[in-house]
Design a protein around this ligand. Sequence first.
Ligand code: GLN
Length: 456
Amino acid sequence: LSRLRRTEPSLRSFIHVADAAAEREAEELDRRIASGEKDAVGPLAGVPVGVKDNLCTANMPSTGGSRILDGYRPAYDATVVRRLREAGAIVVGKTNLDEFGMGSTTEGSAFQVTTNPWDNSRVPGGSSGGSASAVSARQCIVSLGSDTGGSVRQPASFCGVVGLKPTYGRVSRFGLMAYASSLDVVGCFGSSVFDTATILSVVAGHDKMDSTSSSQVVPDYASELVSLDLLESKPLAGVRIGIIQETLGEGVANGVISSIKGAASHLEQLGSLVEEVSLPSFSLGLPAYYILASSEASSNLSRYDGIRYGRQVSADDLNELYGESRANGLGHEVKMRILMGTYALSAGYYDAYYKRAQQVRTLVKESFKDALERYDILISPAAPSAAYKIGEKTNDPLAMYAGDIMTVNVNLAGLPALVVPCGFVEGGPAGLPVGLQMIGSPFCEGNLLRVGHIFE
Ligand code: GLN
């Protein structure tokens, strides 16, 4: 907590720091351990965690980065938060994000701009920028984020930490504020693959409160890593890896390309087979994603009507109440997404946009499935560049959207993906980190973590 307090003024990773509650919980844990309670020491006992502020936390502010939820204190914990607490973790605070997860820089928060620990004049990425910067600066040991189109993986890459987007359905979404429900997943950040694997085992698994959560057994991901023989000369022998050709071309920074190529040859030295693979539908994913995500958002966000949650306004009639609440409570980017979504869903345009985007989604899914029959893991950069300057893309939303090209297809296909730091490019006082994205078949998080751990 003292490190968090010392670093927070320059980083602003947290919307809410739970100092007092965290200290109380730590003391309570000490007391239970001292009195010999045998279940006092869970797998995460005393581990400080950060939780993205679009995850509900009982009796703690949960704003989703939006003014419209200013003052909202949910009555319950999201399932993932409840599981963390039951494992002994201590929630040290709620991390900053782009409003409702819509953005790639965390500048879209209604409250503050988070900075990148590697260079405070740069963005930490987004939308889970607070969770990534907090782990990167060791303000907490691990953190939770959410990933609808890259919001765990891109900030992990920008901040030089490990980020995991699980398979759709691997982790419960109960208590996660919905952005685009068919794409949203809760993801994990850690400063090592081992830490990330440890929290995944805690938060994953079926939840009766989320009908899309899977009942597949959750492996003990971290102990699987302990049994690996890292001294073996070719620990990745037999692993087939495909580099996605379309991700190393135009628009991708040279330093990023060379870091990924360096990572590929490292994977080869470790014994794996590395080949280039083409996914022709790759570039179609981005426009399809923005149509589908905005469409789902326009429906999901209708719940913020000014009555049920958060901020109260006074008005003479119902229409005025909706209007006042939403006009002042929602930010510019969110309004833009609602407009795009309602447009794409409207009767005259549905076939041309929404339906077509769904068809593209099927195409993307099939091309990944096909490639993952030939390769165990597909690799690409996690983002086309390293962290850029605060303000650089604020007036150019299309440039910001284009930065999501590497990650959105994975959500359209519902696949798991792990980002691990793999190099540096020039910039900032000490260089800027670059992340390698590894994509696997559904529910093969274990494979990704194994390869990531050996790679690391
Ligand atoms: N940047 C993407 C968007 O704005 C992804 C965000 C996310 O994964 N939550 O939609």
